[in-house]
Design a protein around this ligand. Structure first.
Ligand SMILES: *Cc1c(COP(=O)(O)O)cnc(C)c1O
Length: 388
């Protein structure tokens, strides 16, 4: 006899408001991508599904601009890809230099600590990025085996330039891991040309998929480190050797390791098709244009961008300074209640100080920029009136 009664709410359909997701993620998924997610399931090792995985692999290689054979999607969100980079590359006692210019560096540092790595942090205040000479000093001071850098710091809304970092790290015998969850697809990233050993991203940001499959690529030097580990990788689920086999990257027959998130992989395949049709160059350009449109509109409203140096502004996530006397939350709440438009607040050091507006993939369109600008304008005006 079941003693827990049937939950009454489950006997009714889900409620489904349509929202325009203009925060730092998830973005809205295009109808084509959502439709792909509704296709019938295949088995996780069926030849048709294996073909879809292979298509994803080449799409990720294109998106990352890499020829790395070990290129696949982690079954999980961006954090799982982050954990995969960490658990495969960090052994107890390894010194890891973590560039912290927002929450993501601190979070990776936490993961390194959980794997008994030795964390050394370089810090920058939110809104600023690292120069090559900052990084060189850190490399000289700490002699790390691994460096972690966030490409698009979505909490501080900064874009970290990656050019030169790979070469510099390699001069010091150090590998580099790049978190490009919030940036990839929205700004240039050339994994091979820039010598970036491990790069990962997420599904629900520029790729505009449902969250759940996160592209990652391990270069030859990173795989060499993995193969020469003295200790076992502490995660079975995220062991890159196992994943590389399941994804057909090691030339061996594919074995069951875990059941891939079939529907998520379908949506990723569709999103990568959309990117291939548009081309990377056009996608980067669209994000730059929309960001410029947003920035101009904000200036016209008398609002200030959080990141002062134009070159360090992340086109995919814009930080806007909350003017004195304005409650950021009331503006965001008004936008959601009246227009079903999501505008986010800050995160970490920027909490309470900024709004964050995402221009991610499918949502990076001029009409969405207009919706955000008018929602911001109305919310701020309403508050000023109520103070009179
Ligand atoms: C969103 C984000 C993540 C985490 O992704 P989840 O899918 O939420 O796990 C990691 N890094 C950056 C820079 C992000 O913006």
């Amino acid at each position: 006899m079941a003693v827990i009664p049937v939950p009454e709410r489950l006997l009714h359909p889900m409620e489904f408001p349509r929202k325009l997701l203009m925060g730092p993620g998830p973005a809205n998924a295009p109808p084509r991508v959502l439709a792909a997610g509704a296709l019938p399931l295949l088995g996780h090792l069926h030849p048709e599904f294996v073909q879809i995985m292979d298509d994803c692999k080449s799409g990720i290689q294109y998106a990352f601009q890499t020829e790395n054979p070990v290129t696949l999607a982690i079954s999980g969100t961006g954090h799982a890809a982050m954990e995969a980079a960490c658990c495969n590359l960090v052994e107890a006692g390894d010194v890891v230099l973590v560039l912290c210019a927002g929450i993501w560096g601190h979070r990776f540092a936490d993961m390194v600590d959980r794997h008994d790595g030795v964390v050394k942090k370089l810090n920058k205040p939110a809104g600023e990025t690292f120069s090559l000479s900052d990084i060189e000093q850190g490399l000289r001071a700490h002699n790390p085996k691994l460096l972690f850098v966030t490409h698009g710091e979505s909490s501080s809304t900064t874009l970290q330039s990656l050019e030169g970092i790979g070469k510099l790290c390699h001069k010091f015998g150090c590998l580099v891991v790049v978190d490009s969850v919030a940036a990839l697809g929205g700004v240039p990233l050339l994994q091979d040309a820039w010598e970036l050993d491990v790069v990962y991203t997420g599904g629900q940001k520029v790729l505009s998929c449902p969250p759940g499959a996160s592209p990652i690529s391990f270069g030859p030097a990173a795989m060499k480190k993995v193969k020469s580990r003295k200790t076992k990788i502490r995660s079975f689920y995220l062991d890159i050797n196992e994943l590389a086999n399941y994804w057909g990257c090691d030339g061996q027959p594919r074995r069951y390791h875990h059941t891939g998130p079939i529907s998520n992989i379908y949506t990723l395949r569709e999103a990568l098709s959309i990117l291939a049709e548009e081309t990377l160059a056009k996608c980067w350009e669209r994000h730059a244009k929309c960001a410029a449109l947003l920035h101009d509109g904000l200036r016209q409203l008398g609002l200030e961008l959080f990141v002062k140096n134009p070159e360090c502004r992340l086109p995919t996530v814009t930080g806007i300074v909350v003017p004195p006397g304005v409650d950021w939350k009331k503006v965001a709440d008004n936008a959601m209640a009246k227009y079903r438009v999501e505008i986010s607040g800050g995160l970490g050091a920027t909490a309470g100080k900024i709004w964050r507006v995402g221009l991610l993939g499918y949502n990076a369109e001029p009409e969405n920029v207009k919706s955000v600008l008018s929602a911001l304008k109305e919310g701020i005006t309403l508050q000023k009136k109520s103070h009179l």
